[in-house]
Structure formats: C-alpha cells, structure tokens
Design a binder for this molecule. Structure first.
Ligand SMILES: *Cc1c(COP(=O)(O)O)cnc(C)c1O
Length: 400
C-alpha cells in the first residue's frame, strides 16, 4: 500500500475538464488540460523563440535514450507516426539494401507495405496475429541470407498489445553483424530503450503516444553516423531525414511548416513526463493501469488474448464473450455513454476488442472502466464474459 501512496503523490491525474470521454485507445489519447491549453498561442516558425523550443524538444527527447545518447541525434518530422516510420526506412536503408522485416500484426505489415512502396528489398518473418518473433529465428534467417543488411521490428505491436522481445532480437541482429531499426511508436517514453542497454541504429515514435502530446509530428532518434550516411538515400523530399537533420543543425528550423501548436503542447507534455519521474514513472503508472484493468476484467469473466508474460502496459486485447447476447457495437455504445471510448480488435481468427492503458488516466480511471464494463454487460443481460472455447484454444499456441 505504500507503493500506492507514492504513485498517487507522484502525479495528479485529473478527469477530462471539458467533459469529453476518456480515449482508451493507442493514440490520439486523453491529454492533460495544461497540454491542450498550450495550443492557445500562435508561434512564428522562423522566430527565435520557436527555434529555441525546437532545440529543447530535440535535446529532451534525446535525453530519454539515456546512456549512449551522445552518439545519437533526434530529428522531428511532420505528420503522423507512419510518416516517420516511412522517413526512417527511406532514409536509413540504402537503395540496394535488403531488410528482414519482423511481422506479428498490422504495424509490421504496414512496414512491409512501406518497403514495397519505396522500393526497398525485404524478406519477412510473419508470425501471424500475435506470436512474438524470437531471437533464434532471426539468427537463422540472417545466417541463411548474407545479403540481408538490416532488421526492422515493432517494439509494442499495438494491434494485439504484445511487447516484442527487442533485446534478444537486437542481440541476434548484431551477433550476425547486421543493423536494427525499431518502431517504438507506442512504447517510447513508457518502456526503457536505453541505447546503452539495447543496441540499435534508430528508433521512432510520435507526439501522441506515451509522451501524451497531441498528434502532428513524429521523431526519429538515430545514430549520428547513420544520419550522415543517409545522404542521398531518400525516395522523398519531405521524408528525407538526412535533409531535415542537416537543415535543422544549420538553421535551427524545420524545413517546411512545423506544427507549431503541437510542438508547444508537446513541450508541456514533456514537462509532465519529467515531473512524473520520466520513463520509470510513466511506465509504472501504465503498468498499474493495466494490472487494475486486467484483474477487474478477469473477475467479470473476460480473458486476455496474451499470457501475462507478453502483456504490454500499453494496450490489452480481450476476447469477446461467448454469450450470444454480446454485440460489440452495443457494448461500445454503452461504454461510450459511461465516458469511455474503447477500441475494436484487429485479430483475424477470433473476435476481440482492445482497451488502452496510456494517456492521462490512472488506476482509479481503470476501476471505473471495469465498473462500466460490468454495468454494460448487465444491460445486455450477460452474466459472465467468458470467451468461447475456440478463443482459449487459440491462446494455447502461446505456450512458450
Ligand atoms: C500508432 C502506431 C504507428 C503510427 O500510426 P499513425 O496512425 O500513423 O500515427 C506505427 N506503429 C505503431 C506500433 C503504432 O502503435
């Protein structure tokens, strides 16, 4: 219980002041009022004050990779997260490179699709909806094909919520003398990716995930030697990370119109992140959110897609109940009426839905989510949320 008090004291989470529902989604998510408030002022993108803000933004993000950060630099890129993933792939992968793409969900698939668009050769390991790619299979794929120069992996695969084992994937990659790029979109800021602990060339995330800003830009944190070597690789002017970086280094400015209000809001989000205790503090709150959510939902009969070992503190997939009276759209509407926006599932084999644990909310919010789920089930006449047997046997595949 002491831990409870400490966490409660670390940061004050307040309910959305504008009466909007909580977004239990992987971003855009519920942001603090003070973050929204920072968007009330206009900024000139050329002006020294905004340039100073951009410099602070880059330095503060870079500091989040901890020890080893001095070999890296941070380059923000306008657009949603997908833009910065595409910018990383198009800029850091030489045109004649060949990449091993690790897939276990929609975001891994999107990476493979991006590779096709930008004309970069790739081979894939596709584990289906939610099985994790493992170190030994990466090692085997790399041993079998000496032409592969890079590996790309999604950190938290937000489509199932699985936290992929990037440490063992990194070890397998560098043991074979290849390079690793990470899509840490939904994990960065809540799960440690210290460059001194996990080796990689670049990692990307965006404004509207675990740092709890509003959407509008993403950022790449890349090894400086890679940023230098990236010159001339890019297929796209607006997504050329080398050019954006070189220009920012020279002028302090973004090459094209920056999302000024979003950046201003993000600086406040970073301040709140620091105040909460950085990655550790944020990760602890999300972990507790998840634990309270999962315990409460299991009491109602719900089951998680993933075994505890693979559950991320970011988003959790629950199987739909077996009861015939369960209908997702009705459940969604009932939850929304109680102030909670949940998220449909993305599995191909069994029906499911997802609940996010990230954003401005804490364990109390999660208790209210569980209570809302209970009364929604009551309204639908469902006594137990137990999933069908088929769903449970699907999960048996995750025995490891
Ligand atoms: C959110 C997310 C993205 C980017 O999605 P956008 O909709 O373009 O912001 C990419 N990868 C992962 C793992 C994500 O969670």
């Amino acid at each position: 219980m002491k831990a409870d008090l400490e966490i409660d004291a670390a940061v004050a989470i307040e309910a959305p002041r504008l009466g909007e529902p909580y977004l239990l989604t992987p971003g855009p998510l519920t942001t603090a009022y003070s973050v929204k408030e920072k968007m009330l002022r206009d900024w000139g993108s050329w002006d020294g004050d905004f340039r100073a803000m951009t410099a602070r933004l880059r330095a503060e993000l870079l500091a989040l990779v901890g020890e080893g950060a001095e070999d890296f630099d941070c380059v923000p890129v306008q657009g949603s997260g997908t833009f910065v993933v595409e910018a990383m792939l198009g800029s850091l992968l030489p045109r004649d490179s060949k990449t091993l793409v690790l897939i276990n969900g929609a975001y891994g698939q999107r990476i493979a699709k991006t590779m096709d668009y930008i004309g970069r050769a790739h081979v894939d390991i596709d584990k289906g909806d939610y099985l994790p790619p493992r170190g030994p299979e990466v090692a085997a794929a790399l041993a079998a094909d000496p032409d592969i120069s890079h590996v790309v992996v999604v950190h938290c695969e937000t489509s199932s919520g699985i936290l992929n084992p990037i440490q063992e994937i990194s070890e397998a990659t560098y043991a074979a003398g290849r390079k690793l790029l990470i899509d840490s979109m939904s994990a960065f800021g809540a799960i440690d990716v210290a460059a001194g602990d996990i080796r990689y060339e670049a990692i990307v995330s965006s404004a509207n995930k675990c740092i709890e800003g509003v959407p509008g830009f993403g950022f790449i944190i890349a090894r400086k030697s890679e940023l230098i070597a990236a010159e001339g690789n890019a297929h796209s002017l607006s997504l050329d990370v080398h050019d954006q970086w070189a220009n920012m280094e020279k002028t302090g400015q973004w090459r094209f119109t920056p999302p000024t209000h979003v950046v201003a809001a993000f600086m406040e989000a970073l301040r709140l992140h620091r105040e909460e205790g950085g990655i550790q503090g944020r990760g602890a709150r999300y972990t507790r959110n998840r634990d309270v959510l999962v315990d409460g939902m299991r009491e109602l009969g719900f089951e998680t897609l993933l075994r505890d070992r693979w559950l991320s503190p970011i988003i959790v997939t629950f199987f739909n109940p077996a009861d015939d009276r369960f209908e997702f759209t009705r459940f969604y509407d009932l939850m929304k009426a109680k102030g909670f926006i949940i998220y449909p599932g993305k599995l191909t084999v069994v029906d499911s839905f997802r609940v996010g644990c990230i954003g401005q909310m804490d364990h109390r919010t999660m208790r209210a989510v569980v209570a809302a789920a209970k009364s929604s089930l009551d309204a639908m006449g469902i006594a137990s949320a137990r999933p069908p047997q088929a769903a449970l046997s699907e999960r048996e595949k995750l025995a490891a």
